[in-house]
Design a protein around this ligand. Structure first.
Ligand code: SF4
Length: 108
């Protein structure tokens, strides 16, 4: 096994390691600065934001060193995971970006 590969669990077959960041950086974003397509609640529950930080594939949710929830919708993959997990709670509102805005996938 090389450093670039790992085993595939019980099957034991080698598979290449994938660096997701290498693919994400290829995407193009048109961020609608005036109209966030996702809004965090005014006072979101910290535990809920920590949960969102674990499930968001783009890593856009976090709780800073002072315990303050942070979120930036720029870089959103529009996967909808946070909507399913927390809409109506920590996520106050979620919609797709307007026409010509949002992510333009360059790979896959
Ligand atoms: S839609 Fe997906 S990528 Fe965008 S903020 Fe929610 S979980 Fe993250």
């Amino acid at each position: 096994m090389t450093p670039e590969s790992t085993t595939n669990g019980a099957a034991g077959a080698p598979r290449p390691r994938v660096n997701v960041d290498e693919y994400l950086i290829l995407n193009k974003y048109a961020v609608d600065e005036e109209n966030p397509h996702i809004r965090l609640a005014e006072l979101p529950d910290r535990a809920a934001v920590e949960r969102l930080a674990r499930v968001c594939p783009a890593g856009l949710y976090r709780v800073d060193e002072d315990g303050v929830p942070q979120f930036d919708y720029a870089g959103c993959l529009e996967c909808g995971t946070c909507r399913i997990v927390a809409e109506g709670g920590a996520v106050a509102s979620w919609r797709y970006p307007g026409p010509t805005m949002g992510i333009e996938y360059r790979y896959g």
